[in-house]
Design a protein around this ligand. Sequence first.
Ligand SMILES: Cc1cc2nc3c(=O)[nH]c(=O)nc-3n(C[C@H](O)[C@H](O)[C@H](O)COP(=O)(O)O)c2cc1C
Length: 184
Amino acid sequence: MSENIIRPSIKSEDLIAFIKSRKSVRNFIFEKISDQTIRDILECGRWAPSGMNNQPWKVIVVKSPMVKQMLANLTKYGGLIESSYVSIVVFLDLQASYHRVKDIQAIGAFMENILLGVHAMELGAVWVGEILNKKEEVNELFKFNPNKYELMGVIAVGVIDEQKEKMKEEPRVRKMVDEFTDWL
Ligand SMILES: Cc1cc2nc3c(=O)[nH]c(=O)nc-3n(C[C@H](O)[C@H](O)[C@H](O)COP(=O)(O)O)c2cc1C
């Protein structure tokens, strides 16, 4: 991925349609995803904005079925983690932090960029936030000092089970822009 593109030659309407078409995928088939693809996905995260460009993210890529299982045991959405090929565990690097709200906003941007990267690779992903209920246990699993790293979420990534996804297709609900926007 080039680092100096001013604006890629994607038609705006295509890019907007792409952003709107990203959705959580919860049905995976167990198929390998190459390390290079995982790196390309993380590369999308790398280009997220952050306050003072502090890039306060720290990631563990979990491919090991055994570790994935241990992670899955820490959330009621563990089935998603188990059935996906890889879990991207995202932490806030507390030593890189300078402003709690801005740092967490940067992590949100980082995670959304990853979701969009996954979507661009025609793979599926779901953000598992529920695991934050067991954030201390997640730190223990990775032997991460809680004073250094704070869990922000897990993104389960896998090859989409297209058939199951089609069968489960639900209407995608969003507030209208005018419901959350005032104009002055
Ligand atoms: C902060 C955050 C936490 C989330 N946690 C979970 C979760 O624990 N389990 C889950 O199945 N989906 C989770 N999601 C996915 C949301 O349910 C999903 O993004 C939302 O319903 C909108 O659907 P869409 O992603 O298909 O557009 C989370 C999303 C975000 C942004």
